[in-house]
Design a protein around this ligand. Structure first.
Ligand SMILES: *[C@@H]1O[C@H](CO)[C@@H](O)[C@H](O)[C@H]1NC(C)=O
Ligand SMILES: *[C@@H]1O[C@H](CO)[C@@H](O)[C@H](O)[C@H]1NC(C)=O
Length: 254
């Protein structure tokens, strides 16, 4: 389903307006799915520190169960959908900041999670070595746009040896893989989640302008991989464009 961003904020807010009382979550449940960061001077592109940005291409709606919309809750949810915290706490990249237009200005990511390849403890080490899906998390919880939503910058990376470059179409692919693993019923550590997805256009631009790795400076695995010579493993990518779609997930704890 495709909706404009404004429609989602209001349509979802309306559709779920009666739910909090029914679920007994009146005190915590937020009133909006999310607010468009650009309306508050922010951006849907996070700051990669080089003048370019990476897209916030998944939003976990503020209308999700409140227990999901904090760092610990989100980490547990991420584990349910195939991600884990970074390999033994070793952080391989710099923090990137985002301005969600909520009055907090630019803030660094709350956490960064990586695909765990089926093992929540060791799998992220594998991701760091062989590449895989990962995302950075930002909460929209400032005073002027307090939706509580979690904004995720999702991308599929090349291995650590390639300096964490993004695979061709790695933003769109990363988003679609995360969503595919999230939709439906998932569980981790005794918590069961029901997740629905909705695509939104009009928040992100389409194309590669301003997008990190959007120019042809990246590397990708050569078709001949694996190879013994490092120089043979990588070939330059053409620019990585984005399709402009943001997928909004609504996560309800069962
Ligand atoms: C993000 O973290 C880096 C490294 O710790 C720090 O230098 C930078 O000032 C932080 N940026 C923001 C916006 O807090
Ligand atoms: C969202 O868009 C992606 C990319 O076009 C598509 O694969 C996916 O099925 C869409 N999801 C929904 C819920 O419409």
């Amino acid at each position: 389903m495709m909706l404009s961003s404004t429609a989602v904020v209001f349509a979802l807010a309306g559709a779920f307006a009666t739910l909090p009382a029914a679920l007994g979550l009146v005190a915590q449940k937020r009133a909006a799915a999310f607010f468009d960061p650009t309306a508050g001077g922010g951006s849907m592109l996070i700051d990669a520190g080089n003048g370019l940005g990476e897209p916030l291409n998944v939003i976990i709606s503020g209308l999700s169960s409140p227990q999901v919309l904090n760092e610990d809750g989100l980490i547990n949810y991420a584990r349910a959908i195939g991600f884990s915290t970074e390999c033994f706490g070793i952080h391989l990249g710099n923090p990137f900041s985002a301005n969600l237009g909520d009055g907090h200005g630019p803030v660094n990511q709350t956490t960064e999670l990586r695909q765990d390849f089926g093992n929540a403890d060791l799998g992220t080490c594998l991701e760091s070595l062989v590449g895989g899906n990962h995302f950075r998390v930002y909460f929209q919880n400032g005073p002027s746009a307090d939706s509580g939503a979690a904004f995720l910058a999702v991308s599929r990376e090349e291995p650590a040896s390639d300096n964490h470059d993004i695979v061709p179409d790695g933003y769109d692919i990363g988003r679609d893989q995360l969503v595919a693993g999230a939709v439906g019923i998932t569980s981790f550590d005794g918590v069961t989640y029901s997740t629905t997805a909705q695509n939104v256009t009009g928040l992100l631009p389409v194309g590669s302008a301003g997008v990190n790795h959007g120019t042809s400076t990246g590397l990708r695995l050569a078709p001949t991989f694996p190879s013994t010579a490092v120089d043979d493993r990588c070939v330059p990518t053409s620019g990585i464009a984005i399709d402009g779609i943001v997928t909004v997930l609504t996560v309800t704890i069962q």
